[in-house]
Design a protein around this ligand. Structure first.
Ligand code: PEP
Length: 250
């Protein structure tokens, strides 16, 4: 049985006071015990997140990491640094990182390896652009991005991964994939992993959907058989909306 995960991605948004508001809300709200919840905060907020969420069910994580543990890489954040702040997760290969910071499949794999090396759980983001969908290339693009990571990892490391299917055309646009569209891609990822790697890996692999998920559409997406949670951007900046999505996952 796969435990659902609801992960928020603040991107370059938020504030210390928003962390505190989430901390208070998580202490006062009964979050469903059968759901993991986490916020991926900007790196400067990691220490505040650690303090605010320490005695709550909320986990925290980073939005990217460098593939090297340390060195002359001005502005970058390393896996050991995230681990020092007790981050549990790190996003890797978000479409904004791929498009705006030129992270290709090789860079994504190197970052996943670096994350696994320090005990973080990488949430690997995959997804097609609208042009790729319109050209009928969704499956080949998405499975190619999945393989670029899985094929480069040892079996034990593969088991640590979470994959987030995020159609690029749905991120931050208010256009959500229909539950049927999302389920079809998730089912195709799971079946491919089953055939190419192992049944056990496919059965255990948590597949999140991301792309304009909000309280109003969370239930119909999260009740699809191959959708094991959500990666939430905009709605993770609103305490009530994000906690409502967590409740839907329970
Ligand atoms: C994201 O940033 O991963 C995301 C899914 O954003 P939004 O929910 O705002 O579309």
């Amino acid at each position: 049985m796969r435990k659902p995960l609801i992960a928020g991605n603040w991107k370059m948004n938020g504030s210390l006071s928003l962390i505190d508001r989430f901390g208070e809300a998580c202490s006062e709200t009964d979050l469903p015990l059968n759901v993991e919840v986490a916020l991926m905060v900007p790196a400067p907020y990691l220490d505040a997140a650690r303090r605010a969420f320490a005695d709550t069910p909320m986990a925290w994580g980073g939005q990217t990491l460098h593939d090297q543990a340390a060195g002359a890489f001005t502005g970058e954040v390393s896996g050991p640094m995230l681990a020092e702040f007790e981050a549990r997760y790190v996003l890797v290969g978000h479409s904004e990182r791929r498009a705006l910071f030129q992270e290709d499949d090789a860079a994504v794999l190197a970052r996943v390896v670096a994350a696994v090396d320090v005990g973080l759980v990488p949430i690997v983001c995959v997804g097609e652009t609208l042009e790729e969908r319109d050209a009928g290339d969704t499956e080949s693009v998405v499975l190619g991005q999945v393989d670029a990571v899985l094929a480069g990892l040892e079996a034990r490391a593969r088991e640590r991964l979470v994959v987030a299917y995020e159609p690029v055309w749905a991120i931050g646009t208010g256009k959500t994939a229909t539950p049927e569209q999302a389920q079809a891609v998730h089912a195709s990822i799971r079946s491919h992993v089953n055939k190419t790697y192992s049944e056990a890996l496919a059965e255990g692999l948590r597949l999140l959907y991301g792309g304009s998920m909000k309280a109003a559409n969370a239930t119909e997406l999260l009740t699809q058989p191959d959708i094991d949670g959500g990666l939430i951007g905009g709605a993770s900046l609103q305490v009530d909306d994000f906690l409502a999505i967590c409740q839907s996952a329970g």
